[in-house]
Design a protein around this ligand. Structure first.
Ligand SMILES: *[C@@H]1O[C@H](CO)[C@@H](O)[C@H](O)[C@H]1NC(C)=O
Ligand SMILES: *[C@@H]1O[C@H](CO)[C@@H](O)[C@H](O)[C@H]1NC(C)=O
Length: 301
């Protein structure tokens, strides 16, 4: 995958331009960020002009009980627990100062400590990954500016994608949230478990849906259209994470059963990066066979 696809200005210039043009682009970018930082600082009452949102923690929320797949985090994938695979990928991300597993389960905690992970115990009352991240954040001794919620069911998540969402949030002070999308496969167009996303031309999210968006009047997937699939990774400004769980549920969030819509419905901005990534989410026991087959094919051990 190429993290440069994150910023259209950079990707379009990088191949042809000499170093002087590049320097100009970088300056332009820095100036843009400085203006935006001033705006963000005003909004959040912060006055740090350098290294905006520099302290970053990655949290992998994990629970044993699951309606669809009990014990999912511990399921072996080619001999290694799924959560260990996710953790190993997260540890390779260069933007994370710290990676922790947040869980309410002793078995998961013991397994994670064994392979060397830091574990934060959270209460069983956490209703979802976001609440678990929030509680874990409260229990960490160190203050962080950004928390990345790394879902344990994407064991092949590339460290570059984690770094990409972090950098996107650092470069977009008017956003409180960042996430990643990749190309949607045509056969997934009408699968409600594959969440679609549309973005504006600055790379901010307009909407997420379980339905096909945009919708072609033919009623079919248009093979020419670059539809976007949402990937289960998101990062938040930690100040936003403090208020996010407390915001009441919103109509579109409830209707689509998509938590991230609450962010947009409340008028907050969300930055979206586009990455090349073959999604291999593990939601069912059958998905384990699929991902193992894929890993053998690609010689991933
Ligand atoms: C809809 O999809 C078809 C191909 O399936 C494409 O030719 C057409 O341009 C798309 N848009 C509209 C408005 O029909
Ligand atoms: C998940 O947590 C958010 C707060 O972060 C809450 O508003 C939302 O209702 C929760 N979703 C579910 C499905 O429990």
């Amino acid at each position: 995958m190429n993290p440069m696809t994150i910023c259209p200005a950079l990707s379009s210039s990088s191949s042809s331009s000499g170093s002087s043009t590049k320097a100009w682009i970088v300056h332009g970018l820095v100036a843009g960020v400085a203006v935006a930082v001033a705006f963000g600082a005003h909004r959040y009452g912060m006055l740090r002009l350098k290294k905006f949102r520099s302290r970053v923690v990655g949290i992998i929320p994990a629970r044993l009980a699951s309606s669809r797949f009990h014990g999912k985090p511990l399921v072996p994938i080619l001999g290694k627990p799924m959560i260990q695979r996710t953790w190993e990928r997260a540890k390779q991300a260069s933007t994370l100062d710290h990676v922790v597993v947040a869980t309410d389960d002793e078995k998961i905690a013991a397994c994670c400590r064994e392979f060397g992970a830091d574990v934060i115990m959270t209460s069983e009352s956490c209703r979802n990954g976001t609440e678990r991240c929030n509680e874990a954040l409260d229990k960490l001794q160190i203050k962080y500016d950004i928390v990345v919620n790394i879902q344990g069911d994407e064991p092949l998540i590339e460290p570059e994608i984690i770094d990409g969402v972090v950098k996107a949030l650092q470069a977009a002070p008017d956003a409180v949230f960042s996430t990643a999308v990749t190309s949607l496969k045509p056969e997934d167009g009408f699968d409600p478990n594959r969440v679609k996303c549309v973005v504006n031309n600055q790379g901010y999210a307009i909407y997420f849906s379980r339905g096909l968006i945009p919708f072609n009047k033919s009623g079919k997937v248009n093979p020419q259209f670059p539809y976007l699939l949402h990937l289960g990774i998101q990062s938040y400004d930690t100040k936003f994470l403090k208020i996010y769980p407390g915001l009441p549920p919103t109509p579109l969030q409830l209707e689509e059963d998509l938590e991230q819509l609450k962010v947009l419905e409340n008028g907050y901005k969300m930055k979206v990066i586009k990455v090349d990534h073959e999604a291999h989410g593990v939601d069912t026991p059958e998905d384990v066979e699929k991902i193992e087959r894929y890993m053998r094919e690609k010689n991933i051990s």
